[in-house]
Design a protein around this ligand. Structure first.
Ligand SMILES: [Zn+2]
Length: 465
């Protein structure tokens, strides 16, 4: 049985008491955490571990959980900057997704995983895409932990077309979801999970929503859906159903803790109460809202949701939207955005931002019994962060967590362990050939853009020589 001992670091546990242990240590057996405490204590039993990692001058913390990341959109970085949401979806991203083949989908996922591991993310919660068996393969090959889905769309309007490669009838969408769940849910030693998914409320019928929820219940999994992303989309739903999105979903009797609603920047006070009552989980994605001008900082109710005890996880979204998968950056955004727009420096503390990226992200998809904190019995997903760097020093007892959120950078992450396996050591990836993926992903992106008819459409604003 393989054993790893990490010793001598500042251990941020995120356990129930939120203990921080100085000169702390963690022992791992196979894929589980078996001991947590002071280094002196753990050395008594684990000094002869197969691998002993000295974390002096470093932080040991739970691997970050990205509550919202699109594996298949990675090759779309840069193709949809600074456009409105409808253009982003219908003019750029859907044509791009329709042009993806199996190899490009796999490379996109590997590129996403590469960026995530290199910046300390150990679990990726994907809201769904297409050809997702390639994403499952990338998760399996890389050692990454992830939740995937198939993104159903069964309705559309003529002015907002959906490419034929992606559009399905309700029956076909349910079938595709069921196939993915049957094939991959709780596979790869339970590193891979699958949920049922509706892509976004504007492209879903009542029947699809009810049947996706039924399917999730049948397979004891959850539902993911983008919702209330922009004012314009909320108006669209109000016109169609007579209700704003949360009230509409509630009228269908589907909502519960197994629902993860993503973005949610445009909800009213009554909808906040429904979310509290139904214990619905939320993914907050501040970076994409700031870049895409979705308005979730200015109009969103995130501080209110947190005060009312709603489980809110934090996400980066896709590299075509944010355009970074660095969760340290996302924590900074979550902890700063609401302070600025509400003119209130006490909103969303660094401690809350770190919870949103770890234990509460785990809770957002009912995975917190296994991940999200460093506790005995949990899966060994953790990261070691080097703070002996100019952006961290000085470190005081009172500023350990604030420094992580306000000063940390994903590229300060030195070592990453997922499911008890070291996947990055001293910044070298051990399960992925980094150069090979970067080279192949560049070529695949060029090929896909050409096929999607986007290559000649996009030009540099500055002259290129
Ligand atoms: Zn998204």
């Amino acid at each position: 049985m393989s054993e790893i001992l990490i010793k001598g670091g500042i251990l941020i546990t995120l356990d129930k008491e939120r203990r921080i242990i100085k000169n702390g240590a963690v022992a791992i057996k196979e894929n589980k955490i078996v001991s947590v405490g002071k280094t002196d204590e753990l050395l008594k039993n684990f000094s002869k571990a197969d691998e002993v990692i000295d974390a002096k001058g470093k932080i040991i913390m739970p691997g970050l959980i990205d509550t919202h990341i699109h594996h298949i959109q990675m090759l779309a970085r840069g193709i949809a900057d600074d456009v409105d949401l409808v253009t982003w979806i219908h003019d750029r991203i859907l044509p791009y997704e329709a042009a993806l083949d199996n190899e490009a989908t796999y490379l996109s996922a590997m590129l996403a995983i590469l960026e995530m591991i290199k910046t300390g993310t150990t679990t990726a919660i994907d809201p769904g895409g297409y050809k997702m068996e390639n994403v499952a393969r990338a998760l399996k090959d890389s050692g990454m932990r992830g939740l995937i889905a198939w993104a159903s769309m069964d309705t559309f309007t003529e002015d907002r077309p959906i490419p034929k490669e992606i559009y399905t009838t309700t029956e076909e969408a349910i079938k595709a979801n069921e196939k993915l769940i049957k094939e991959f849910h709780r596979t790869a030693n339970d590193r891979i999970r699958v949920r049922a998914a509706i892509r976004i409320e504007t492209n879903a019928s009542n029947r699809l929503i009810k049947e996706i929820n039924q399917l999730a219940n049948e397979y004891n999994t959850g539902v993911e859906m983008h919702a209330a992303v922009s004012k314009e989309q909320v108006e669209f739903i109000k016109q169609k159903t007579g209700l704003p999105v949360v009230k509409w979903l509630d009228s269908l009797n589907v909502l519960g803790p197994h629902w993860l609603l993503i973005h949610m920047g445009w909800i009213d006070d009554e909808e906040v109460e429904i979310i509290v009552k139904r214990d619905v989980r939320i993914a907050h994605v501040p970076g994409v809202s700031m870049k895409g001008a979705y308005g979730s900082g200015r109009f969103g109710k995130f501080p209110e949701l947190l005060i009312k005890g709603v489980i809110v996880g934090l996400g980066c979204d896709s590299s075509a939207a944010n355009n970074s998968l660095d969760m340290f950056r996302a924590m900074w955004q979550a902890a700063c955005l609401h302070k600025e727009v509400r003119y209130n420096p006490t909103l969303i503390s660094p401690e809350e931002a770190l919870e949103m990226a770890t234990i509460n992200a785990g809770k957002s998809v009912q995975w917190d019994d296994q991940i999200g904190s460093i506790e005995v019995g949990k899966k060994a997903d953790l990261i070691i962060v080097d703070f002996n760097r100019s952006n961290w020093i000085p470190m005081h007892n009172f500023s350990l967590v604030p420094n992580i959120v306000y000063s940390g950078d994903g590229h300060d992450v030195e070592t990453v362990i997922i499911d008890g396996k070291i996947v990055m050591k001293d910044r070298k990836l051990l399960t992925i050939d980094e150069n090979e993926i970067l080279n192949k992903a560049q070529k695949a992106a060029e090929r896909v853009l050409e096929k999607a008819g986007l290559k000649d459409k996009l030009k540099s604003k500055w002259p290129l020589f």
